[in-house]
Ligand binder design. Structure first.
Ligand SMILES: NC(=O)c1ccc[n+]([C@@H]2O[C@H](COP(=O)([O-])OP(=O)(O)OC[C@H]3O[C@@H](n4cnc5c(N)ncnc54)[C@H](O)[C@@H]3O)[C@@H](O)[C@H]2O)c1
Length: 416
């Protein structure tokens, strides 16, 4: 039995979605007008496909509760779908979450060991640092009297029903096995991967998604502003043709490799071309915001890694840097991030650096002439140090994962 608290776009869709998948769901919304509409089988908002399922399930699998107490008393899983608007400082305002929790805790029994899931969008660390302490202050021990987890929702308004019923993946932020087993049960008919991750990771994944989309939109808008400043550019056709790039559509070179963290972009094109369009926009009177910061973040990511390494490793220790070309399966070392990484390591006092690249050792040495040693094979490179820094994501490194056992690896490309 599931209780859904808050029956807005997300809550009503969630409630009816779980009914459709064969669960019994109690729904409750504090807004009596909204509740009255729903009880009359009327949607409080437009969402394609939802009317039919409301009519189908209301009074059957879906019961509208007149109070939060009635909604949660028989439910094993309570799903919070209340709003999380911005407060005056731009932070996520948790007032609706906290007030729903107050009511829930005043009605449930510790021995029922209910699972409280936040489906509302909450910033990373909120469950661990705000929700759990808030609940514990009220006398419930998390992981014993109540189980607290998050389960971000990725539906798009306008496609809410289809997105909920046919999701790409399900993410559950939880640290305990009991919650995992119950959530596996309630999501068992969805036939998609269920990812159990840490509390913070669950919350983070939702923000990865939304901030990425927001960035793409502002990026596109900034490019349209630059185009207008330069003039003679048909923005609409330019974007249409841009979308024909096969990287949007999947293998062999899809967009995922770009929406991926690492130690920055390099090579012949991305750095110089981004710089050039920033300069051209300036020439035409527009001071770019996003593109300038794209370059700034690209330089900041390298010292960020070096400070992590410097904090852990003695300056006298040997460090092996794997990968010297700017990207795998290429020997191009122009503007390669590996140069900056090694240079920063040298500058911060590391003297014993051994480098290895499947193709680019000689070229890198010739062009940059750094005071480091080179290894001829991956095995030799790994053998000589306890600390390994992966600067380029070569397949050879992934294939030989076993060589990295018992090593302190800084995987700057997140490949292992
Ligand atoms: N709308 C989307 O496309 C979308 C997608 C994914 C995630 N989210 C997130 O899901 C959450 C809900 O979004 P929404 O668009 O459904 O919001 P919404 O405003 O449509 O719905 C929230 C509902 O919660 C109710 N509510 C508030 N306090 C309550 C309480 N104490 N008890 C019972 N009901 C209460 C409100 O009356 C309202 O009907 C937000 O955190 C949002 O960021 C939204």
């Amino acid at each position: 039995m599931i209780a859904v608290v808050g029956l807005g776009f997300v809550g009503l869709t969630t409630a009816l979605g779980f009914c459709e998948k064969g669960n019994q769901v109690f729904g409750y919304d504090i807004n009596s007008e909204k509740a009255a509409l729903i009880s009359n089988k009327k949607l409080p908002f437009f969402e394609d496909g939802l009317q039919e399922v409301l009519e189908k399930h209301l009074g059957n699998n879906f019961k509208l509760a007149s109070s939060i107490e009635n909604a949660v008393k028989d439910a094993q899983v309570i799903i919070l779908c209340v709003g999380t608007p911005s407060d005056a400082n731009g932070k996520a305002d948790l007032k609706y979450i906290k007030s729903a929790i107050d009511k829930i805790l005043s009605t449930i029994d510790k021995k029922d060991k209910k699972i409280l899931i936040t489906k509302s969008t909450i910033p990373p660390s909120t469950t661990a640092k705000e929700i759990i302490p808030y609940i514990e202050k009220k006398g419930f021990k998390a992981g014993k009297d109540i189980f607290v987890a998050n389960n971000p929702e990725f539906l798009r308004e306008g496609h809410a029903w289809d997105d909920f019923i046919n999701p790409d993946r399900i993410v559950i932020g939880t640290d305990d096995e009991y919650t995992k087993s119950i959530m596996t049960e309630i999501y068992k008919n969805f036939n998609v991967p269920i990812h159990f991750v840490s509390l913070n990771t669950g919350e983070f994944i939702k923000y990865l998604s939304n901030t990425f989309l927001a960035t793409l939109i502002s990026y596109s808008n900034e490019m349209s502003i630059i185009a207008d400043h330069i003039g003679g550019i048909d923005v609409k056709s330019a974007f249409k043709i841009f979308h024909e790039d096969k990287r949007w559509y999947g293998n062999p070179a899809n967009m995922q490799t770009y929406a991926y963290p690492g130690c920055g972009f390099g090579g012949y094109c991305l750095p110089k071309d981004t710089q050039a369009i920033v300069a051209k926009a300036e020439e035409y009177g527009y001071d770019s915001k996003i593109l300038k910061n794209v370059l700034k973040v690209n330089s900041e990511i390298k010292p960020h890694w070096i400070s992590k390494i410097s904090a852990d490793i003695n300056k006298t220790d040997a460090i092996t840097v794997l990968g010297l070309s700017f990207k795998p399966e290429s020997d191009d070392v122009r503007q390669t991030p590996a140069y900056e990484i090694i240079n920063l390591l040298l500058k911060s006092g590391f003297k014993n650096i051994i480098a290895y690249d499947p193709l680019a050792n000689e070229l890198f040495d010739k062009i940059y002439n750094l005071p480091i040693k080179y290894a001829n094979t991956l095995e030799d490179a790994i053998k000589v140090s306890d600390t390994i820094v992966i600067a380029t994501g070569w397949k050879e490194f992934i294939k030989n994962k076993n060589l990295f056992k018992n090593k302190n690896v800084y995987d700057l490309r997140y490949i292992l």
